[in-house]
Design a binder for this molecule. Structure first.
Ligand SMILES: Cc1ncc(COP(=O)(O)O)c(C=O)c1O
Length: 376
């Protein structure tokens, strides 16, 4: 039996506490960046075990400002700076590289977890490589050690990885900059917002200058850099602070949902969850499966449609960026990236959210089993 009500893919888990925090902030008169943003930075620095955390307007802004702070730009003598990144990401990761004037260099991912392949990164380094921008897809840390060994600045896209740890060390203070998102679907959801974590004082100082121009004391002002307007409002910081308090409880629910999926999918041929490395802490942000059409009996797109008919929303994380129109046209000589391209046709993200009940996840599993037996 299909559900009576639609099941959202990743609805935010917002309660009365967040509503009260917003009301209190509005009453305080701080609509823009103020004490709550400062408190969020302080608490996130402690949580992420990083020396500095800077709150910004979005995860995209965090990545962009980190690149600018590290001096990535147009390059010299017509030779553009290059930033090596993964094609299996939200396009923002590549777009911000383009916004600096540099060129994204896409390398392929590993088949198990779809994170960037460090060996291919090493092979793609040139004298123009100014940074490496890996993504921790779904919350599984990428393999950072071989990337750090290359001696090139690393800016981590940790939009999915608020709770992740790499080999026992929290993501946040491991690379030159680590960028988080507070977007509506993220594990710490403020609606919009981002954070840059870093142990580098120079990077923190540069981002501090770039994200917002303040008047400071009095009405005389000056500036040393033409910055952006990428600060985080206290209204959003107030939501993020409550979400941070709720993280342990939300993690428990995510964990239970992962367990239910793991158990429920074990007997289904042709549907395989992405690999998770037991040496790392996974943020459990997305439950991504591969649909192997020959074994499942249906392709990914057909399955997604069949689930939608059963009122279950799913999503795709992600379509390979280098295959999207602008990137295809702008970089026509981009070599094929077979692992990413195959994954782009096969992956599907199943509903996952602390707002969902265990019954909701059982409904997804029942639908998958029903569709599978019809297809077999
Ligand atoms: C992997 C990845 N990187 C970057 C971003 C951008 O974050 P934001 O939406 O906060 O700008 C997202 C966002 O959804 C993402 O999934």
């Amino acid at each position: 039996m299909s559900r009576d009500t639609p099941l959202g893919f990743q609805p935010p888990a917002i309660g009365e506490e967040e509503i009260a925090a917003v009301a209190e902030t509005l009453r305080s008169g701080w609509l823009t960046t103020g004490p709550r943003a400062a408190l969020l930075e302080e608490r996130m620095a402690e949580y992420l075990e990083a020396k500095h955390v800077l709150a910004v307007a979005s995860g995209t802004a965090a990545l962009h400002l980190a690149l600018v702070a590290l001096g990535v730009g147009q390059g010299v003598d017509g030779h553009r700076d290059e930033v090596i990144t993964t094609p299996i990401t939200w396009p923002a990761t590549a777009n911000v590289i383009v916004h600096t004037g540099a060129s994204p260099v896409f390398v392929d991912v590993r088949p198990g977890d779809l994170n960037i392949d460090p060996e291919l990164v090493a092979a793609a380094v040139t004298e123009r490589t100014k940074a490496i921008m890996p993504v921790h897809l779904a919350g599984q840390p990428c393999d950072l050690e071989p990337l750090h060994a290359l001696g090139i600045p690393v800016i981590e896209d940790a939009a999915h990885a608020a709770e992740s740890a790499y080999r026992g060390r929290k993501l946040g203070g491991l690379s030159d900059a680590t960028c988080f998102s507070l977007y509506a679907t993220k594990n710490i959801a403020a609606g919009e917002g981002g954070l840059v974590a870093t142990n580098r004082g120079d990077v923190a100082a540069a981002i501090g200058e770039l994200r917002l121009m303040r008047r400071g004391d009095g009405s005389r002002y000056d500036l040393t850099v033409p910055g952006y307007k990428a600060n985080l409002s206290d209204v959003l910081a107030a939501i993020a602070l409550v979400q941070l308090d709720k993280l342990p409880e939300h993690t428990e629910r995510r964990c239970r949902q992962f367990d239910l999926y793991d158990e429920g999918l074990a007997g289904l041929d042709g549907i395989e969850p992405l690999a998770r490395d037991p040496r790392d802490t996974h943020a459990l942000h997305l439950y991504v499966v591969r649909i192997v059409a020959e074994r499942f009996g249906l392709g990914r797109d057909e399955l997604q449609r069949a689930l939608a008919e059963e009122r279950i929303s799913t999503s795709i994380h992600f379509l390979p960026v280098h295959r999207l129109t602008w990137y295809r046209e702008r970089f026509p000589d981009q070599p094929a990236l077979p692992v990413a391209e195959r994954a782009g046709d096969e992956i599907l993200s199943l509903p996952l959210s602390p707002a969902h009940s265990e019954d909701d996840i059982h409904d997804v599993l029942e639908s998958l089993h029903r569709i599978h037996s019809r297809a077999a």
